[in-house]
Design a protein around this ligand. Structure first.
Ligand code: GLN
Length: 474
């Protein structure tokens, strides 16, 4: 059984363990499970142990932070000063970050201990972690299967006991999809809830950092410590962060919970449907009112998402030019050749596909037909959610993924099938609302199934409250 933070805190409190013991035991688990390929870069062991020793001292003096003894894996798209930062790409394989992301600074201020940079799909583009330049991560439940992507390393670090919690990032489901494939909890916060300063940009109007943990309490605690306004990110919202620990325990009784019928149609695996329905019945028994609802523009989600994010990516990734951030290809005589050679050698095929698609939808003759139209559909998808929450619904519940984790290699040569893995996750990102995935069962092979709780803008409290009620059902 993986330890949750309340157990670690209790052991520290009773003097049964020290932070040094805790980090050693996580390093042991990492050493024993190298085959899962979870980390791209591990933090220097001596430095980590030294930091643990300092926190032990602060604990003794009674002045340690709220995350003392929590060991965290950080997706390799989030910057840590003086640590290699690859974003899963060959083009950044030598890059060392000169600064800390805001979330890293906030975690360290609370005495969390960062253990390493987790593997991911290149530039967070993918649903299976097979697009990493550093090789795929394996699903710890069944090593012939993918862990999901793009935050696969972060999720497996938590699922396989190599860290207490992790940070991933979402542009379109990259925390929730792998969390559901590996049986852990993960949050996509409201756009603007958590600072993106220090997160490698993929599609800036979608990107958000998201916490991952073995239970709702730890997910909420980590969110609590990193959320809130940041003057270094102009899109970080100047909103107060409520105390998540109070609302979390209030149960589902009296809540109006919507079940969007578009998330239960064709393509949904029978076993996934059964597990999700059983959970919804459980919420009804707890006294929640279950309401059948519709999000009529759901079916346009995948097309809208893959037009808008590729457009933004094609612009964001222009900065990797062989001159800044990265080594340039040797022997290139002209500036044009520096760009083409460095980018041709440095980017993987999915990233190139996205840059080409994005450039195409933004090009003069096609802008109106694709990009502008997708922006309009984005408004419609967002309005579907806004209307439901305005009608008095407290949250929505739906499967996180239509299937359980698939086999390595099964979808990688068919981009469209891969993109369809995201059918239940991307609309939340298009709209900007928060959504929490929690485990809700397993299929006959023991493969995890996840259910997501979607709530109104900045109502992460509701996600945690209903997520905790679901956790108590099982
Ligand atoms: N599968 C999505 C994509 O490939 C996931 C992106 C993300 O959330 N980072 O774009």
């Amino acid at each position: 059984m993986n330890k949750v933070y309340s157990q670690i805190a209790a052991e520290l409190e009773r003097g049964e363990a020290t932070c040094v013991d805790i980090v050693q035991s996580y390093f042991d688990r990492i050493d024993r499970q190298r085959d899962l390929n979870v980390f791209i870069t591990l933090c220097d062991r001596d430095n980590v142990v030294e930091r643990a020793r300092q926190i032990d001292r602060r604990l003794q003096e009674g002045r340690a932070g709220r995350l003392a003894g929590m060991v965290v894996a950080v997706k390799d798209a989030i910057a840590i000063k003086d640590v290699r930062h690859t974003a899963g790409s060959r083009i950044l394989q030598q890059y060392v970050s000169p600064y800390d992301a805001t979330v890293v600074e906030r975690m360290e201020r609370e005495d969390a201990i960062i253990i390493g940079k987790a593997n991911m799909d290149e530039f967070a583009m993918g649903s299976s972690n097979e697009n990493s330049a550093f090789g795929p991560v394996l699903n710890p439940v069944d090593e012939s299967r993918v862990p999901g992507g793009s935050s696969g390393g972060s999720v497996v670090a938590v699922a396989a006991g190599m860290a207490t919690t992790a940070l991933g990032s979402e542009t379109g489901g990259s925390v929730r999809l792998p969390a559901s494939f590996c049986g852990v909890t993960g949050l996509k916060p409201t756009y603007g809830r958590i600072s993106r300063y220090g997160l490698t940009a993929f599609a800036s109007s979608f990107d958000q950092i998201g916490p991952i943990a073995n239970n709702v309490a730890d997910t909420a605690l980590l969110t609590q410590c990193i959320a809130g306004f940041d003057e270094l990110d102009s899109t970080a919202a100047p909103m107060a962060v409520p105390d998540f620990s109070i609302d979390r325990l209030r149960g589902a009784q009296g809540l109006r919970i919507g079940v969007p019928r578009e998330y239960f149609g064709e393509g949904l695996d029978r076993t996934v449907r059964a597990a999700v329905m059983k959970t919804i019945d459980g919420l009804a028994r707890e006294g929640a009112e279950i309401v059948d609802v519709s999000l009529p523009h759901t079916e346009y989600g995948i097309a809208t998402y893959y037009i808008l994010v590729t457009a933004e990516a094609s612009s964001n990734l222009a900065r990797y030019d062989g001159i800044r951030y990265t080594d340039r290809s040797p022997g290139t005589p002209t500036i044009g050749a520096v760009y083409t050679d460095s980018r041709s050698a440095g980017f993987g095929s999915e990233v190139k596909r996205r840059i080409m698609l994005g450039t195409y939808v933004l090009s003069a003759g096609y802008y109106d037909a694709f990009y502008r139209k997708a922006q309009k559909v984005r408004s419609l998808i967002k309005r579907d959610f806004v209307n439901l929450f305005a009608s008095g619904l407290d949250c929505l519940v739906a499967p996180t993924s239509p299937t359980v984790a698939f086999q390595l290699g099964e979808r990688i040569s068919d981009p469209l099938t891969m993109y369809l893995s995201d059918v239940y996750t991307v609309n939340v990102n298009i709209a900007g609302i928060p959504s929490l995935t929690v485990p809700c069962g397993q299929d006959h092979r023991g493969l995890p199934i996840g259910i997501q709780v979607m709530a109104d803008f900045f109502d992460e409290s509701m996600c945690f409250r209903v997520g905790e009620a679901i956790e108590r059902l099982s």
